[in-house]
Write a protein that binds this ligand. Sequence first.
Ligand SMILES: NC(=O)C1=CN([C@@H]2O[C@H](COP(=O)(O)OP(=O)(O)OC[C@H]3O[C@@H](n4cnc5c(N)ncnc54)[C@H](OP(=O)(O)O)[C@@H]3O)[C@@H](O)[C@H]2O)C=CC1
Ligand SMILES: C[C@H](O)[C@@H]1OC(=O)[C@H](O)[C@@H]1O
Length: 254
Amino acid sequence: MKLLAGKTVLVTGASTGIGRAAAVGVAQAGADVVINYHSRDDDAAACVAEIEAAGQRGLAVKGDVAAPETATEFVTKAVEAFGKVDVMVSNAGICPFHSFLDMPVETVQRTMQVNLLGGYFMCQAAANQMVKQGHGGALIAVSSISALVGGEYQTHYTPTKAGLHSLMQSTAIALGKHKIRCNSVLPGTILTEINKEDLADVEKRKYMEARIPLGRLGQAEDLAGPIVFLASDMAAYVTGAALLVDGGAFVNLQ
Ligand SMILES: NC(=O)C1=CN([C@@H]2O[C@H](COP(=O)(O)OP(=O)(O)OC[C@H]3O[C@@H](n4cnc5c(N)ncnc54)[C@H](OP(=O)(O)O)[C@@H]3O)[C@@H](O)[C@H]2O)C=CC1
Ligand SMILES: C[C@H](O)[C@@H]1OC(=O)[C@H](O)[C@@H]1O
């Protein structure tokens, strides 16, 4: 039997990148999948087509995670379509690289609202539904290696990733009595739209690659297996954990 057979999994920010790879990965593991996205209608439709090609039901719901009502609407539509919510993968995020001293106020506020508050409200809405259902569930936040280390042009971003990591630790305590497990994945540098411009700098890209013991930057699909594992009953006793998925970058001091 497939690892996620019979489960309904929600994934935010799944029109591209890590969210899309996670949505397709959980579908291949047997889950029905509801995705959130912000702007790319065609990419979201293509993700749903991939979910269906894996033999599962898929639905796309458009919405800005920065607005708290997006979360309640997303969960409501998922329940209307597929009857329940078993897993929330809170993944949507932005990283507009910018220097610290002249960081625009709006860039800081938007990054916090999308990455941290968006994740907070999505996890809260899913957890309320899971408590109502009464049979537990799993929250998975896509945090980052950046929860643990800094970035010169990411002073507004790394605190949001540390915040998500912390959120999963606190919700693990708050929700354990409801059998809801809460964990985060901490990707390293993964080649997606979010860093296309940043890594177009050939020297920077070579430097980043050279820091990774496994010898390559990550692909979005590298996150699918760890997310399927944390969503599944194989991780039944795993909560409050943070799983680095970085090719060994974090431990590579010298
Ligand atoms: N790539 C990397 O190296 C790393 C990424 N991460 C994290 O992984 C997550 C996914 O990033 P990644 O796949 O790389 O980036 P992408 O840019 O490829 O994907 C981002 C996704 O988030 C969605 N999104 C953006 N803003 C919003 C919003 N306000 N409301 C709803 N959805 C939104 C986008 O939707 P749309 O395109 O429709 O606008 C898209 O589906 C982020 O949280 C990021 O911080 C963590 C560590 C490393
Ligand atoms: C977008 C960056 O390339 C990426 O985001 C993260 O969270 C990683 O730490 C990388 O810096």
